[in-house]
Write a protein that binds this ligand. Structure first.
Ligand SMILES: [Zn+2]
Length: 334
């Protein structure tokens, strides 16, 4: 089914507009209703378009707050080109404080390019793919580790598919200058089903971030995100008057294959022995998994099979078989 999501925003009209991506959702309580996904458009005429999204996962808060703050900042700044902003992209998940939507169980960052007849999460993905990507030159989808992961502050991107797209992407990543930048092919994450991968496949220069971890808000992640967004909008000429701190040093890394990630093989309580950002060596203890049944048994000792930098680590202690406990990346020049 084709896209059913609609809005009163006219993306070609100059000036500021605020409405919703209106996602039709016929429920017991509202036969003809729609889900109001907040959407803002700042159009200052000629110039590039940047798409800014957060709340793709509802339990990741740095991006949601950064974009809310940016609305206030942009109200006092002259914009050239266009900014389309959706700070609570999977609104039902945002309201529930969950990674996935309580309406359809949808994990929006695994549903791209989306579908018109598979529930509201897939409908949002379809709208972004079919309506917003074609309008956009650049896209930043702000994520964090969320409830289940602690994460090193990073920017992720897929390689450009043409020299021109790669150039745009390089400009975006250089300007954002996250402390760590990784070019990926989606292995071990969402493959081609994430927002940034799909945007990239549609010719957009797209990146995503991880700005913290756990259910709280990271001060460090907020500062990195705010500085990065300000630099990007200033350097692309979209908000040339915006103040921004100077670019930081970026470490270029690559993700090690999923086979090097430590997974729980049984249910238990995870006792980590490493933190994110730490350099580890092959054979080093990552942590222990304490079982529930036989308390006379020693806990399972978890060892890294490969050396690297711990890029993510499970946040909660309570663990089920199959959970990812720690993953590794390596600097590009190592
Ligand atoms: Zn996320």
């Amino acid at each position: 089914m084709g896209n059913q999501v609609w809005t009163t925003i006219d993306f070609d009209r100059t000036g500021f507009q605020s409405d919703f991506a209106r996602v039709p959702w016929s429920s017991d309580s509202s036969a003809y209703g729609w889900i109001p996904v907040p959407m803002l458009c700042f159009n200052g005429g000629d110039g590039p378009t940047v798409l800014l999204t957060a709340g793709t996962h509802g339990d990741e808060y740095e991006g949601q707050i950064l974009l809310r703050r940016l609305v206030q900042t942009l109200a006092e700044t002259q914009v050239r080109g266009r900014i389309i902003m959706l700070p609570a992209l999977n609104r039902p998940a945002v309201l529930a404080g969950r990674r996935t939507s309580p309406l359809d169980g949808g994990n929006l960052n695994r549903l791209f390019p989306g579908k018109g007849d598979a529930g509201p999460s897939a409908m949002i993905a379809q709208y972004v793919t079919e309506v917003l990507f074609p309008l956009s030159d650049y896209a930043i989808d702000l994520h964090s580790g969320g409830s289940s992961l602690d994460y090193l502050p990073v920017a992720f991107a897929h390689r450009g598919r043409s020299a021109e797209q790669s150039q745009r992407l390089d400009r975006l990543l250089t300007s954002f200058s996250a402390p760590n930048t990784l070019l990926t092919d989606g292995r071990g994450g969402g493959g081609e089903t994430t927002l940034y991968a799909c945007a990239s496949a549609h010719g957009v220069a797209a990146m995503t971030t991880e700005l913290g971890g756990g259910p709280g808000l990271s001060c460090e992640g907020m500062a990195i995100g705010e500085a990065g967004l300000r630099r990007v909008l200033r350097d692309l000429g979209i908000a040339p008057g915006l103040d921004a701190p100077p670019q930081e040093e970026t470490r270029h890394m690559y993700m090690l294959p999923p086979a090097t990630t430590i997974f729980a093989r049984t249910d238990g309580l995870f006792e980590p022995k490493v933190r994110v950002g730490q350099e580890v060596h092959a054979g080093e203890v990552a942590g222990y998994l304490h079982g529930f049944e036989d308390l006379t048994r020693a806990p399972v000792t978890l060892h890294f099979e490969t050396g690297g930098i711990v890029i993510f680590r499970r946040f909660p202690v309570l663990t089920a078989a199959g959970d990812a406990l720690a993953g590794l990346a390596l600097p590009v020049d190592s």
